[in-house]
Design a protein. Structure first.
Length: 259
């Protein structure tokens, strides 16, 4: 993704004097035994003692929980759903339970670049006005080999404004980190909708004038495989997603007050 030069994105120069903020990695897991060890290994060594990995397992039937528990790392906190509730509910639970200042959204099958946490967390430390940091990604296949080109990513420049994302969402969840103070604007997530949590987070942030920083550097190896390959949606389904997003935004204040 190339950066779209709008006021919602910005260039960033790291300030070594900025204090480090506590990091929570919010990971949704469901039958992820094939890739999850490689993912966790790419994360843990980047974290400090006060950081954490909040794992919400959505009723896995494989060895995912066994693999995660085998680390015996006190920074890993595991929560389980009694039944499968879906990826949106899993990420909502992880975000609610996170104790950190910076919350990384984390899929179970990617690989983090070696300096991902340092580079993204430092933006929040130096810029208190920032609510979301998004970084570029490198696509890899099932075997971890780099995919040279994917039109969905290469032809869609990043843009944090609301209307461009209503047309085509640029907020890739696993490429994002959010400040914990954004929770008040995004939770609870809408239920029974066809759009995902990342589109919701980006839309709510944009509508409330929150600041997004885009790092034009690949800090995530985003894995494409048969379970997560995107399917081109028919026009009516795309329109339904946009309508559901608009309706969810309109009724969100009522839903929040009713809780």
């Amino acid at each position: 993704m190339s950066r779209h030069p709008t006021e919602a994105t910005d260039d960033f120069t790291h300030s070594a004097s900025a204090p480090r903020l506590r990091v929570s990695v919010c990971m949704a897991v469901y039958n992820g035994e094939r890739y999850i060890e490689e993912q966790i290994n790419s994360i843990l060594y980047q974290l400090e003692d006060e950081d954490e990995v909040v794992v919400v397992d959505d009723g896995s039937k494989d060895r995912s929980l066994e693999i995660i528990a085998s680390y015996g790392d006190p920074r890993i906190r595991i929560f389980q759903h009694d039944k499968n509730m879906g990826v949106i509910a899993s990420f909502e639970d992880a975000i609610r339970k996170a104790l950190g200042d910076v919350l990384f959204l984390c899929d179970q099958d990617d690989i983090w670049a070696t300096d991902r946490v340092k580079k993204m967390a430092s933006v929040f430390a130096a810029r208190p006005d920032v609510s979301i940091v998004v970084a570029d990604v490198i696509l890899i296949d099932e075997n971890g080999e780099i995919i040279q080109e994917d039109k969905q990513f290469t032809q869609r420049p990043f843009d944090a404004r609301f209307l461009p994302n209503l047309i085509s969402n640029r907020f890739q969840g696993s490429a994002m980190a959010i400040h914990s103070n954004l929770r008040q604007e995004i939770l609870p997530f809408p239920k029974n909708v066809s759009f995902l949590h990342d589109a919701w987070i980006g839309a709510r942030s944009a509508l409330h004038g929150r600041k997004t920083i885009y790092i034009d550097e690949p800090l995530l190896y985003y894995r494409r495989h048969k379970e997560n390959n995107s399917v081109r949606l028919p026009l009516w389904r795309k329109m339904r997603k946009r309508l559901e997003l608009l309706v969810s935004i309109a009724v969100f204040p009522l839903r929040r007050e009713s809780r």
